[in-house]
Design a protein. Structure first.
Length: 373
């Protein structure tokens, strides 16, 4: 088991990105039931009774582990919320928007673990030093709130952070399918956090216009909207596109963050544009949470075509396929495949693809001409 899975307790290291508009017990439970780690977004929620009700509703729908996101600098009720979560049996939270030093002593006092969201290299190092048990590293491709500083993409940021911290890292940004998942693993992450792809899921409580904005988003169809001290990545609509052409318009004055929730819930995107990451361009259909997670799970596949073993003990006719679950999943490594006779031929394949496989597994394999599917 990877360090990240040990912290999450879920079947797969796939974390639901905390989006306020997805703060729905049914959505959180759907992610958990599909093997992911569902997350309540409690950054701006101060009503403790509402939080207790959401937790109770999730527990009625699933017995799988789930967590919550706390925005450190935004919510004065964070310590009370942590106590409620701990009493309900929640073992892991994610944190963002503030210094971990302010909240991690309380998290650890309650016997909980925390993953801190970091948007750049320096903050990732500081979070690890401040006691975060893991990191969610979010590249500039991501949707949601961003800093107003220059930022790096995940191709640069993930390996840079992984090379300098001892805690496990989950990658966030531009991940919507198994290709993005595998890329994150190759860069050194032990898991992923998914926002925009879950936002467009069948179970998502997001408005239909919001989902359609994601499905219709072209490549290059998002931008960073300035909000005075921070940015938010949004999907460009015709009204915004016209304003972007006018050099006399200050976009930070055209849109108010106070209208963001109302616009996203109602689909009135002239009031505030729809949120979404750059990966919106690659999302073309609405799928269930279960299908999204199942399709994200990478599997090593190899087809034998009229292959005779070196020792001549047997040969295959036609095509046989073997599957080896890969990096980050419970039970990953060399499994019992079509027969024990195939085992020697799996070993070199796992060994030669070690960067994409679970770092703690002892199995090694031997399939030179394997292909990823």
């Amino acid at each position: 088991m990877s360090q990240l899975l040990d912290i999450l307790g879920s079947k797969y290291p796939i974390i639901q990105g905390p989006i306020g508009e997805l703060n729905d017990p049914k959505m959180v439970a759907a992610v958990c039931e599909a093997g992911g780690f569902g997350v309540l977004a409690l950054g701006f929620t101060g009503d403790l009774e509402v939080i207790k009700k959401m937790i109770a509703d999730i527990r009625e729908l699933t017995d799988k582990p789930f967590g919550a996101n706390l925005m450190i600098a935004m919510n004065p009720a964070n310590e009370q919320i942590l106590e409620i979560l701990a009493e309900a049996g929640v073992k892991t939270v994610t944190t963002s928007a503030g210094s971990p030093k302010k909240i991690y002593p309380k998290i650890h006092e309650l016997g909980m673990k925390g993953l801190h969201v970091a948007l750049d290299f320096s903050f990732a190092l500081k979070a690890a030093e401040a006691g975060a048990d893991g990191l969610v590293v979010s590249g500039c491709e991501s949707g949601g709130l961003r800093t107003s500083n220059p930022e790096s993409s995940n191709m640069v940021l993930i390996p840079l952070v992984c090379d300098h911290v001892e805690v496990p890292v989950a990658a966030a940004g531009a991940i919507a399918d198994s290709r993005g998942y595998r890329a994150a693993m190759a860069l050194g992450a032990q898991g992923v956090q998914i926002g925009t792809r879950f936002l467009s899921a069948a179970e998502s409580p997001a408005s239909q216009p919001w989902k359609e904005a994601i499905l219709n988003c072209p490549e290059g169809g998002t931008t960073l909207l300035p909000l005075g001290g921070m940015n938010v990545r949004i999907i460009i609509n015709p009204s915004l596109a016209e304003k972007m052409k006018d050099p006399t318009i200050d976009l930070s004055q055209e849109y108010s963050m106070m209208n963001m929730g109302k616009a996203w819930r109602s689909g009135t995107f002239d009031l505030f544009p729809a949120g979404g990451g750059q990966v919106s361009a690659s999302i073309t259909e609405i799928k269930s949470v279960k299908v999204i997670i199942e399709e994200m799970r990478p599997v090593l596949r190899y087809a034998f075509h009229d292959f005779q073993s070196p020792g001549g003990e047997y040969q295959t006719t036609g095509s046989k396929e073997i599957s080896v679950p890969v990096y980050g999943f419970r039970g990953s490594g060399v499994q019992r495949l079509y027969s024990d006779r195939h085992r020697p031929f799996c070993k070199r394949f796992v060994r030669e693809n070690r960067p994409l496989l679970h770092p703690h597994e002892s199995g090694t394999t031997n399939l030179k001409h394997g292909t990823w599917q």
